[in-house]
Design a protein around this ligand. Structure first.
Ligand code: 0X9
Ligand code: ZN
Length: 759
């Protein structure tokens, strides 16, 4: 018998001795609250219908207050009433009491099955609390449990804190909670699993160990102990807490009681409502206990409020159709997508990332509130996707927990830095001939501050980097300059530093960034303000409208109002006239082809090396109209004056904006002196709106005319270059400091000999 089996066994024995209610009678059998109830779905078409359905139904399973599909509990009489309204209710669960009874029987059967682990069954309030206490007993160096408040009915609300040994005062803190909503039994199970795995894997698993040495995880497994207990003993589908509202009704929806747009859309002032917000924000001991707990720790940086069901990853705002400001918005969009990918990688189950408002408006929610106090807050709706709703089979507790444990690790990983460093201009990998290179670093000081940062530069001629101190320009922006180097040289760099708390800082976390020094020349530059010789049309073209023309575009929902060039007005556009309707002047009936004049991307004569790059700004829209997202726009290159073309990119992206793209031509086709670019805007599916534009096409050549040892730049590396170097060296010139150490010594001398001999 394994340790965890033993623990299950002991807990069971202890439970039988001490449980305040005999398990088999846990559910009030006499009451059988769902006898004769079924779950149905109706599609509500207007507000009046919605109100009628809400009046008729005995309970709502989702809290979308609006038109669209909703799932409600009804008895036979109400079912008939919905039918009479012409709503054609579709039965999802025929007999809810039977489902509840079967679920309870299954839980009881599993309790007797000693080969099951703790996470293969649901557990009542007292057992979950006991499990957390046991973790703290088993892992005293890692975990501790505290009581952070009490519910209306005086049950403890506990928090478990987990981190590696050592001073944790500057560690970022991640906060997870479960069980605001009584019937969502999977949520405390998942957060308890997170606590369990973190404790058990510390010292066993490198990733968990490293993460727990850098972050603190705080978990409130059960925010709503009274509701949870009541859902075990009385009404399985109870949602709220158990406040006595004094008018014969009970309960406040805790996830409408937080102080963020309290009282707004998607909450109710009616105490009998399942989304009753309570008399005032934080009126409930459960929400105010968690609020105080969160506000007591300024190091909390991220938070997930776990719910069920629907498999969603929801980010703020959820109370109104307002986007959070940048850079947070882009962060939430991209990181929520990443969390979805992480979850899917575990068992292939898909959780949809979206802004919470796009599910439905809800005011006074927990994760909106944590975001409002400067914490990155999510709501995750766990399994299942639909049926059987809150009664997720106990066999799915473990896989649901496993996939969300990976999401928890991903969040810990993303927020593990007390200070986050990034290159605001991206990684610089190109430096220019005889020109200093400025490297900038943006420091986000999360729970610690920067003491100092150095740019560590390692020229190719040396075996170790030199430290160039970075200057603080303000607002966490740091800068240093790499001295001018000759074309053809290369170097690697990274950032190192130290925080005020003495923690080492590094960017990138491992390895170095390689950069090379080049010269650049622009060989083709077309801002479309005049026609440099483009061709409109090709033999295969069948488009009847939306033919390419060069003009100042007129803005519509599908095309821009302005061209891309900072100083110009014109671009190439698929008929830039706005037309009477959106579809009036778009591409219809097939393709329209635009071909550039010929340009030369070959190695310029006299250059030692060259690499040609093409860049352009493009606009593409095909996500509107009756048949959206069914078209594409091939952009191709020819190196034989247009006799044949090779695909550069096939555009389907709807950015609703100009997008600048740059490609190394040799990655697609061998550069020659007879190149052409071709763009085909196509309308293959009737009904769709297709608009496209192109502007600022530019071809640049990067390479070197001279060898880095050719100091006099006469295209030969010879004795005169050698003597120039000796002169520089003798006069103490920085030009001889090839290894950038700031001192001229034998290393510089040998470095020059190396370059010289490679010429
Ligand atoms: O309505 C809720 O509180 C949450 N869903 S649940 O079914 N678990 O009750 C979701 C709240 C998410 N926020 C918004 N939709 N604004
Ligand atoms: Zn919920």
């Amino acid at each position: 018998m394994s340790l965890s089996d033993l623990r299950v066994h002991l807990t069971l024995v202890a439970f039988c001795l001490t449980s305040p209610f005999a398990f088999a009678q846990g559910q009030d059998q006499a009451r059988r609250p769902y006898a004769g109830q079924r779950l149905v779905q109706v599609v509500v078409e207007n507000e009046a219908q919605l109100q009628a359905v809400l009046d008729e139904a005995d309970g709502l399973w989702n809290h979308r207050v609006g038109v669209g599909p909703i799932q409600v509990m009804v008895d036979d009489e109400s079912l008939a009433a919905l039918g009479a309204m012409g709503l054609a209710p579709v039965t999802i669960v025929e007999d809810l009491q039977a489902v509840v009874d079967a679920e309870r029987a299954e839980i009881e059967r599993r309790r007797l099955q000693l080969d099951l682990t703790w996470f293969e069954n649901y557990h009542p309030y007292s057992e979950i609390i006991a499990y957390h206490q046991q973790l703290a007993n088993d892992f005293p160096q890692l975990a501790s449990v505290s009581v952070i408040g009490q519910s209306h009915q005086s049950r403890d609300i506990i928090a478990t804190e987990i981190t590696g040994p050592g001073d944790a005062s500057n560690r970022p803190v991640i906060f997870f909670n479960g069980m605001q909503h009584a019937r969502e039994w999977i949520s405390p199970a998942v957060v308890t699993y997170i606590a369990d795995r973190l404790c058990n894997l510390y010292g066993q698993d490198q990733r968990v160990t490293d993460l727990l040495d850098r972050v603190v995880v705080k978990i409130v497994p059960i925010v709503n102990p009274d509701g949870y207990s009541y859902s075990w003993t009385n009404e399985r589908f109870w949602r709220k807490n158990r406040r006595n509202n004094g008018n014969g009704t009970f309960g406040v929806d805790l996830n409408r009681n937080w102080d963020i747009n309290f009282g707004g859309d998607g909450s109710s002032g009616d105490p009998s409502s399942d989304i009753y917000r309570g008399p005032f924000a934080f009126s409930e001991p459960e929400t105010s206990a968690v609020r105080d707990y969160v506000l007591a720790d300024p190091n909390i940086v991220a938070h997930v409020d776990f719910h069920s069901y629907s498999q969603l990853i929801l980010y703020p705002w959820g109370y109104a159709d307002i986007q959070v400001p940048e850079p947070d918005y882009t962060f939430f969009v991209t990181f929520s997508q990443f969390l979805s990918d992480v979850i899917r990688s575990v068992h292939g189950v898909f959780y949809i990332p979206m802004q919470a408002i796009d599910l439905y408006p809800a005011s006074g929610t927990c994760s909106d509130w944590t975001y409002s106090v400067d914490i990155k807050g999510w709501t995750i709706e766990l399994r299942p996707n639909g049926n059987p709703g809150f009664d997720l089979p106990p066999g799915e507790i473990l896989p649901t927990s496993e996939e969300n444990f990976e999401a928890a690790l991903a969040i810990m990983e993303r927020f593990k830095d007390a200070i986050r460093l990034e290159f605001p201009q991206g990684e610089v990998t190109t430096a220019y001939d005889l020109t200093p290179t400025t490297i900038q670093v943006q420091a986000e000081e999360i729970t610690d501050t920067v003491q100092s940062l150095d740019l560590m530069v390692q020229p190719e001629v040396s075996s170790s980097p030199v430290a160039l101190p970075m200057t603080h320009l303000g607002d966490g922006l740091y800068e240093a300059q790499i001295p001018a180097l000759a074309c053809g040289r290369s170097f690697a760099y990274h950032i190192e530093g130290i925080s005020s708390a003495g923690q080492p800082l590094r960017l990138p976390e491992t390895g170095q960034i390689d950069a090379s020094v080049v010269s650049e020349t622009i060989v083709f530059d077309d801002d479309a303000e005049t026609d440099l010789g483009w061709t409109v049309g090709a033999p295969d073209d069948t488009a009847t409208t939306g033919i390419w023309n060069r003009m100042n575009p007129q803005g519509t929902a599908a095309q821009p109002e302005d061209d891309h060039s900072p100083a110009g007005t014109d671009c190439w556009v698929t008929d830039g006239v706005s037309g009477g309707s959106l579809g009036a002047r778009d591409v219809d009936g097939g393709g329209t082809t635009l071909t550039s004049p010929q340009f030369d991307a070959s190695t310029p004569s006299g250059w030692l090396s060259a690499d040609a790059y093409i860049s352009y700004a493009r606009w593409y829209s095909n996500d509107q109209g009756a048949d959206p997202n069914n078209d594409h726009m091939p952009i191709m290159l020819s190196n034989d004056d247009g006799a044949s073309f090779v695909m550069l990119e096939d555009v389907t992206e709807n950015a609703h904006d100009w997008v600048v793209k740059t490609f190394r031509i040799a990655d697609t086709i061998t550069p020659t002196d007879r190149m052409r670019l071709r763009i085909v805007a196509r309308d293959d599916s009737p009904g769709s709106i297709v608009e496209a534009c192109i502007d600022d096409v530019r071809v640049t050549i990067q390479g070197c005319r001279f060898h880095p040892a050719d100091l006099n730049r006469d295209a030969t590396v010879d004795a005169s270059d050698f003597f120039i170097f000796l002169d520089l060296f003798a006069s103490g010139s920085a030009g001889a400091d090839l290894d950038l150490t700031g001192v001229l010594d034998a290393n510089d001398f040998f470095a020059f000999l190396d370059l010289f001999s490679q010429a």
